[in-house]
Ligand binder design. Structure first.
Ligand code: C2G
Length: 446
């Protein structure tokens, strides 16, 4: 008898799950299905799971394909189960290709093609539909986004758009998506999705976001949202007037560690906050877009969204003065920029570098102590609260898994589904202020 095993969360049970289980059963004579426990999903960073374990097991049972259902509770259980149940084939969807190759020493590993589209009737006829997402742009961040999206329940990236058809096709092939290329295909692309993620060069964000919303689609847009305060404000106004969700994807703003850090800074633990120094440098190749685009490239447009975030979060949007200092290359592109802020009760510096390397740290100084988050603080997983007495150090940590995009994706999905509890993480006024500071910088420097 050939024994097959597969695992999954099986949240919001849909056609993709059904087809996977059907084909898994067809691979052998006896199918064991491992359904993930809530605890296990938490530990592996799967977010936004809606259905209880009991419901998820029930849904798997109702397909009639599983001969036995077990619960997956810990890392490393797959290897143990394969031995324990004398398994011949381990199978899982193609979104996991390569990931489980380490099991090949113990049984056959089969990756079954993932179901690209889930039927639209199934999508509409439920309280929490699976959102079909389209990606606009095919660069590095878009590639990082896809595996992260697989770890958020309730959303499925189905399509990609790029004005350059060959780029769209290449990306679609790699990630098994529907491809839309060429300028005239944009409206077709929008018809197939419920929401979009914009990952194009900055200067195109505004147009794409507006056109997507005009077609009734929710928008998650990479940072910087736009390069002008008025444009960011106009996008929010449009979204509010039309009942749509729009969010700026500064990943730091949504991750649990950074939110913990901000809460502690606001808690009085370090007294009144008086000074913030936020630094992020990343050496870039001199031929990269970031260092060759004389209009919108440079370290400040590229990195200021991160360094301005803690400043705007803690001191607010009403600064008295901002001054910029830059080191520029011969084309006028800033290789290193410091933005100095003066607030009524404090000051701050946002330092960004693409051509100068520095220690990337975040220091929040208060009247009783300070917070130190070392590089990469923008992927906040650890920080310390320190005081006058050097022996008195409080240590804080939190998870930040892989590229950390899953946190913003999860908040995007739950906000669309009516959960408003994430609203505080990056509010409209903060996004507008960040766009405005970048706008000021560009107007003074270009
Ligand atoms: N699946 C699919 N098509 C979809 C969605 C999911 O074929 N459109 C497959 C997945 O590849 C997986 C199974 O259905 O094999 C269950 O998917 P999820 O519930 O999303 O579970 P997952 O996070 O993939 O867990 O230990 C858990 C396993 O590693 C897989």
């Amino acid at each position: 008898m050939k024994k097959v095993i597969t695992y999954g969360t099986f949240d919001l049970f849909h056609e993709g799950h059904y087809r996977l289980l059907k084909r898994a059963k067809e691979l052998g004579d006896y199918l064991i299905v491992g359904v993930t426990s809530e605890e296990f999903d938490r530990s592996r960073g799967k977010l936004n799971v809606i259905d209880s374990l009991v419901t998820r097991i029930e849904n798997v049972k109702n397909t009639g394909f599983a001969d036995e259902i077990i619960v997956e509770e810990v890392q490393g259980q797959k290897f143990r189960d394969i031995k324990k149940y004398d398994i011949d084939i381990f199978t899982v969807g193609s979104d996991w290709v390569g990931h489980f190759d380490y099991l090949k020493d113990y049984c056959e590993v089969v990756y079954l093609e993932r179901t690209k589209e889930i039927s639209s009737t199934q999508l509409r006829n439920r309280a929490n539909p699976i959102l079909r997402m389209g990606i606009i742009g095919t660069g590095r961040i878009a590639s990082r986004f896809i595996p992260e999206s697989h770890l958020v329940s309730g959303i499925s990236v189905t399509s990609v758009y790029n004005p350059n058809k060959a780029s769209a096709d290449k990306f679609a092939k790699r990630w098994d998506l529907n491809s839309f290329g060429g300028t005239e295909a944009f409206s077709d692309f929008l018809e197939y999705v419920d929401c979009v993620y914009i990952a194009t060069p900055h200067e195109h964000h505004y147009d794409y976001a507006l056109r997507a919303m005009e077609a009734g689609k929710h928008v998650l847009c990479e940072k910087p949202f736009t390069l002008r305060a008025a444009e960011t404000e106009a996008l929010y106004t449009y979204a509010e007037e039309h009942g749509l969700v729009i969010m700026e994807g500064i990943k730091t703003a949504y991750c649990p560690g950074f939110n913990k850090l901000i809460s502690i800074a606001c808690s009085g633990k370090i007294g009144a906050v008086r000074n913030i120094e936020a630094c992020f440098t990343k050496l870039e190749n001199s031929l990269s877009r970031e260092l060759t685009d004389t209009k919108y490239g440079g370290s400040f447009t590229e990195l200021a969204s991160y360094t301005l975030l803690p400043i705007i979060k803690l001191f607010g949007v009403d600064y008295e003065e901002v001054r910029f200092d830059s080191i520029k290359d011969k084309n006028g592109i800033d290789l290193f920029t410091k933005a100095h802020f003066r607030y009524p009760n404090g000051m701050a510096t946002a330092t960004c570098g693409l051509g100068v390397k520095s220690e990337g740290q975040l220091i929040i100084s208060g009247t009783k102590g300070y917070i130190l988050a070392e590089s990469p603080w923008w992927k906040t997983s650890y920080f310390e609260v320190r005081y006058e007495d050097p022996n008195n150090i409080e240590k804080y940590s939190d998870v930040f898994l892989n590229y950390g995009l899953r946190y913003e994706i999860s908040d995007f999905v739950s906000t669309i589904n009516g959960n408003k509890t994430n609203d505080f993480k990056l509010i409209k006024e903060e996004s507008i202020a960040i766009s405005g500071i970048i706008e000021d910088f560009l107007s003074m420097n270009r």
